[in-house]
Design a protein around this ligand. Structure first.
Ligand SMILES: [Fe+2]
Ligand SMILES: [Fe+2]
Length: 442
């Protein structure tokens, strides 16, 4: 725990540093000017709280923190004649203390900050639950402590439970600060789930959202459900949310999905590839099924369910960006052992998880089991060849590749480039694989 004291050099600065050090379990570093603070920040020195004198350099510091999106909380020491905390609503003022002589009061606030505001989780981050700010915007007001993440292991409380987190707050974070995710404690998850459920039901029962907005929301919803599933498993509440999430995705796809409409939507999405590719694969595979003249509701439902859950069992969502084990090994040479084993079995684990979800039509588990098979037999887990892969899975595999392609470089390569990128040779491009690749409009 480190506190930085920003104060002009005088007898008070020495006294304050000296006294505080004796009273709180933190390292106090005194700095004289705003520029010194910037040096610390540029060197990535972890700072938990600022104690700032009421003078011009504090104004400069707060402005700087806003521009670099660093939300370290501060305590203001002085009458507040120079610094106006209301001008910096996004930076948390822990307390304003009138005078430098209130050392004890300052110490109390710092100790309180250590205990209540800045949280360093014990081992990992499993006590925190991440929510896309975009989604939070739709479920507020929420009565929960809301945190912002400062570093890999550090979280700062930005809103207290007693105060409602309102739509305006969420907007400010999303639009002006570009904070894409906020966090709540796992204990507050039920509060969130209740609001989440209401929001989904309202949206499903009305038609005030365009299909593009429904698709974007679907991706944030998917991301939250995947995180909840990791934290608490498929509880009845999470299952219900997942079923509604799938309904929302199906609704955004509609009866006659077109690839072109969907691409501009994709450009607006800010969240992870993991969820974007799940929702995008649902759209693209339904559009391909339509192009192959399989326009039934059941087919759309099967493909959407498969897309929604195919990677749900991945230990790390980032693995969804890779084509397979060799591809992961190119960027992560230490990939192997238990991690690799679990990766290889994620199609199987996901199809098992799906057994817990109500009303899953047959074939969905086959699509999920086969989503990493390749027509030339080089895929996993079974190394099936094109003739052994189910037609729906073939459509899904091509759609999944095409989504990857859209994210990589959609304009330069065209159909031939696509075939090269995903090793579709003339030998293996047969049957449904061939029809699906030909159905894509490049
Ligand atoms: Fe996968
Ligand atoms: Fe995937």
């Amino acid at each position: 725990m480190r506190a930085l004291l920003l104060h002009k050099k005088d007898i008070n600065s020495d006294m304050l540093t000296f006294n505080l050090e004796g009273m709180i379990p933190a390292q106090i570093t005194w700095v004289e000017s705003f520029h010194d603070v910037v040096d610390f920040l540029l060197e990535d020195v972890p700072i938990d709280v600022f104690i700032c004198q009421d003078y011009e350099d504090t104004n400069k510091l707060l402005k700087y923190l806003l521009t670099v999106n660093v939300a370290i909380p501060y305590i203001l020491v002085g009458p507040g004649e120079v610094v106006d905390p209301d001008s910096f609503p996004d930076i948390r003022l822990l307390e304003r203390v009138d005078s430098i002589y209130s050392v004890e009061q300052i110490a109390d606030v710092v100790v309180d900050a250590i205990e209540n505001e800045v949280i360093v989780p014990e081992k990992d981050n499993t006590e925190f639950f991440r929510i896309a700010t975009e989604l939070l915007l739709k479920v507020v007001p929420l009565k929960a402590d809301i945190y912002i993440r400062l570093s890999k292991i550090k979280f700062v409380k930005m809103f207290r439970k007693g105060r409602e987190f309102k739509p305006d707050d969420a907007k400010r974070y999303l639009e002006s600060k570009k904070v894409n995710y906020l966090y709540i404690k796992k204990d507050d998850m039920n509060e969130f789930i209740g609001h989440f459920q209401n929001m989904l039901e309202n949206i499903l029962n009305s038609d005030h959202l365009s299909s593009e907005d429904q698709a974007l929301l679907s991706a944030s919803v998917h991301e939250s459900i995947a995180e909840m599933q990791k934290l608490v498993g498929f509880t009845p509440e999470v299952k219900k949310l997942a079923e509604e999430g799938v309904r929302l995705t199906l609704r955004s796809i509609g009866k006659s999905p077109k690839l072109k409409n969907f691409m501009s939507t994709l450009d607006q999405y800010q969240g992870s590839y993991f969820s974007a590719h799940a929702i995008a694969t649902a759209h693209v595979s339904c559009a391909l099924a339509l192009a192959l003249h399989w326009p039934s509701d059941t087919t759309f439902k099967k493909l959407t369910l498969a897309a929604y859950f195919h990677d749900i069992a991945l230990d790390q969502p980032e693995f969804s960006e890779f084509d397979g084990v060799d591809h992961i090994l190119n960027t992560k040479p230490d990939f192997g052992g238990e991690t690799e084993k679990r990766y290889r079995s994620h199609p199987y684990l996901a199809s098992e998880m799906l057994k817990d979800i109500a009303e899953v039509p047959p074939d969905v588990d086959v699509i999920i089991m086969q989503h990493h098979e390749r027509p030339d037999g080089s895929g996993f887990p079974r190394g099936l060849r094109h003739s052994q892969i189910s037609p729906l899975a073939a459509v899904f595999i091509v759609a999944h590749d095409y989504v990857r392609f859209l994210f990589e470089d959609r304009y330069l390569l065209g159909r031939e480039g696509f075939k090269r990128r995903f090793d579709y040779s003339e030998d293996s491009l047969k049957g449904t694989f061939k029809k699906a690749v030909e159905a894509i409009e490049f």
